[in-house]
Write a new protein. Structure first.
Ligand SMILES: [Zn+2]
Length: 320
């Protein structure tokens, strides 16, 4: 492994994207957004500090503007969606390691019991008494719950996130029908951080960016709807005193945003936008509105992450 790390001496910036740091046991919502337990996250941060340069959000902006500033292999940490465990579990660990991370907040959810569509769908599938789920929209999908609840949740969610053109409200109605149950109106206990928590993290050097207001897939919205949603989130972040020039596209796959989205994000005042379809950033070739990020796998221990980063650095492609 040290040999591999020496061979792949390429200068590059790897930006990792997490969603939740928590135990997966007894989880009532979507487990696929829980990438690490607090222990695993702590181990990963320790490894990154030992092996690489871990850069803060403002240093990412510097590297984009002045690529010569990037000496070796740098890693940055980001979080999407603003879950409560980002504050309770990740924040203390980041502080312990002296790491400053960026957090992308969908402003409709912060400080509320609102549930995003993936958690509503996961929770409803976990509660249904039906053995088979037959989804009719946006495409016909049939899943047997005996094959595993988590696999069923993943399959149903993909019907929407991979659709070329789909309406989230119609999709949610179809899930209710398929499960014979109403979606949860809100979470039993708060799933997202509060504005006070976001402000405390911001004072401690963490950067808060926008992840839109509603977390809808921007590519499926009109130009005006995109602008309205992105501006609304910016206004709220400014009002709460935690605004930055950073933005992350919801879902972040190539199909989740368009050239129009990029233009609209710039118009709303964002200078750096993060995607989520894999890859690392090579100095001099970084598009500030398409900063690549590496998704995290659940149950990846620190040594597996170390191998993945070494291979990714060498091949310039996300190893897995
Ligand atoms: Zn998100």
């Amino acid at each position: 492994l040290p040999l591999l790390e020496r061979v792949g001496k390429r200068r590059a910036l790897a930006v990792l994207v997490y969603h939740r740091i928590a135990s997966r046991d007894g989880h009532a919502y979507d487990k696929d957004v829980v990438e690490a337990t607090p222990q695993q996250f702590d181990d990963q941060m320790r490894m990154l500090k030992k092996r690489h340069t871990v850069v803060a959000p403002d240093e990412i902006a510097d590297i984009v503007a002045k690529p010569e500033k990037l000496r070796g292999f740098a890693v940055a940490i980001t979080f999407d969606d603003g879950y409560r465990d980002n504050y309770t579990n990740a924040f203390p660990i980041l502080k312990d390691h002296g790491i400053r991370a960026a957090f992308f907040l969908p402003t409709h959810y912060i400080g509320s019991r609102n549930l995003p569509f993936w958690d509503q769908v996961a929770n409803t599938i976990r509660r249904t008494k039906r053995k088979t789920i037959e989804l009719t929209y946006p495409s016909p999908v049939r899943v047997e719950l005996s094959d595993g609840i988590d696999a069923a949740i993943r399959k149903v969610l993909r019907a929407y996130t991979r659709a070329e053109n789909a309406d989230v409200v119609r999709f949610l109605r179809a899930v209710e029908e398929a499960c014979g149950l109403a979606l949860p109106a809100e979470a039993d206990d708060r799933q997202f951080m509060t504005w006070d928590e976001a402000a405390e993290m911001s004072r401690a050097g963490m950067a808060m960016g926008s992840h839109t207001h509603s977390h809808r897939i921007l590519a499926l919205l009109s130009r005006d709807e995109q602008l309205e949603d992105i501006k609304r989130s910016r206004d709220i972040l400014v009002e709460k005193g935690v605004s930055t020039d950073f933005f992350a596209y919801p879902v972040g796959k190539k199909t989740a945003f368009s050239d129009t989205t990029i233009a609209v994000a710039k118009e709303a005042g964002y200078r750096f936008a993060f995607t989520n379809y894999g890859g690392i950033n090579e100095p001099g070739r970084i598009d500030p509105m398409d900063i690549r990020r590496l998704g995290m796998d659940f149950d990846e221990d620190a040594s597996q992450l170390r191998v993945r980063l070494a291979l990714t650095r060498m091949t310039r492609r996300q190893a897995w």
